[in-house]
Design a protein around this ligand. Structure first.
Ligand code: CMP
Length: 143
């Protein structure tokens, strides 16, 4: 059965634009409960570690520079079928291709400055939740 928890990040573009509240309301209206949240400002080493799977891609330096450019908001979200549902409601990576009404269509600037991150599998969700939060912060049930 698909897991009930996933990791999202309101990225520096959306956070600096004052869209965190609107995005959180959108996610709660989509049936998600916030299990853990914090405001963070990633170092270059932390951004490179989080996006290590993209190391070597042409956009890696730009992506990690963007992700360290300001504060962001990592959160653990909970609902049934969390990973797939979150990826549906945030929309395609490129806002130009995102479905109408999705978070990225509403708030993203570009394929890189795309407002929000979401884990792409249950396995990666566990790893990404553990990157930002201690298990005790997430509470009963852990990961
Ligand atoms: P995210 O869901 O956080 O996962 C990896 C990120 O890399 C992605 O959102 C985008 O911000 C960024 N990204 C992916 N593909 C490209 C691309 N072709 N050009 C620039 N940035 C990209």
């Amino acid at each position: 059965m698909a897991g009930r928890r996933t990791l999202t990040i309101i990225k520096p573009d959306a956070f600096a634009a004052g869209k965190a509240g609107a995005i959180i309301a959108y996610l709660e209206n989509s049936g998600f409960t916030i299990r853990a949240a914090r405001v963070a400002h990633l170092s270059q080493a932390q951004a490179e570690a989080f996006y290590a799977v993209h190391r070597g891609r042409p956009f890696f330096a730009s992506l990690t520079s963007f992700m360290t450019s300001g504060r962001c908001m990592p959160m653990v979200l909970e609902r049934d079928d969390a990973v797939a549902t979150l990826r549906t409601v945030i929309g395609a990576t490129d806002p130009a291709e995102a479905a109408p009404g999705t978070v990225r269509k509403l708030y993203a600037v570009s394929k890189e400055r795309n407002a929000i991150h979401a884990s792409d599998s249950d396995e990666n969700a566990v790893a990404e939740m553990g990157f930002f939060f201690a298990e005790m912060e997430v509470g009963v049930g852990g990961w």
